[in-house]
Design a protein around this ligand. Sequence first.
Ligand SMILES: Nc1ncnc2c1ncn2[C@@H]1O[C@H](COP(=O)(O)OP(=O)(O)OP(=O)(O)O)[C@@H](O)[C@H]1O
Ligand SMILES: [Mg+2]
Length: 267
Amino acid sequence: MPPLRSPKVLIREVSVVFKGRGSGLLALDRVSLEIEAGEFLCLVGPSGCGKSTLLRVCAGLIPQTSGEVTIQADRPGAPLTAMVFQEHALLPWRTVLDNVVFGPENRGVPEADRYARGREMLALVGLTPFAGAYPHQLSGGMKQRVGIARALANDPEVLLMDEPLAALDAQTRTIMQEELLRIWAELGKTVIYVTHSIDEALLLGDRIALLTARPGRLKQVFPVALGRPRGLEVRASPEFGALVDKIWAELREEVLRTMREEEGTRR
Ligand SMILES: Nc1ncnc2c1ncn2[C@@H]1O[C@H](COP(=O)(O)OP(=O)(O)OP(=O)(O)O)[C@@H](O)[C@H]1O
Ligand SMILES: [Mg+2]
């Protein structure tokens, strides 16, 4: 019998209710997902459907109301998750390198080790010459690279990315997508990646999980059979176009539902 494989991340029947007026707000409704070790899973869905909430639950930043998230820890001492946000939220008084080593520093990693790891991650994102610069001296794209290096410096079991490229201009975003493909191939990390862009999800992901309009439920999971290594040229393939159409048809319904509900509450 083949050995039983347990997923790297097991999200089981996760619901989140935010307390507030009345019965509160149901943000996520019994979402279940399994993510394999080394998988790049993209999460898409209309605005307000609970994508960030699901990432925060995975990161342990907010508690789920019911259900469970289990992350399989393979390396003792490694943090389970690290998060990359849309806004890089760098510490302005710290140099680039000191921002990158911030997580390991807080975990008490010895100075020599954390700086070695920090420099390695800076090299990986192509920022070695800027180690001593301050955040205000960097462009948006460079700041986002620092944000990615900072998360990777923690060497987490799972990397959580919440629209990490959304604030960038289109050209910088395209470059960063290629960079992410390269970095992911090099490190083999398990990634959960939130994006509004189907194109981006198809370029990067092994599978795409689609959430419904609020309350977020898992609507469908699309395998991305586009081969690896993958580059920008994949966007020109007929398979890519067909997948865009197929996913958009499902996502469109949810976006329209969200818009109708927003109309309703405004009236
Ligand atoms: N801390 C909170 N307290 C109360 N409600 C919240 C809280 N965080 C999120 N919500 C609500 O939960 C729902 C899901 O929010 P979430 O930020 O997870 O959506 P999202 O899918 O990430 O949206 P977007 O695509 O706009 O980033 C929204 O209705 C939001 O207003
Ligand atoms: Mg969000």
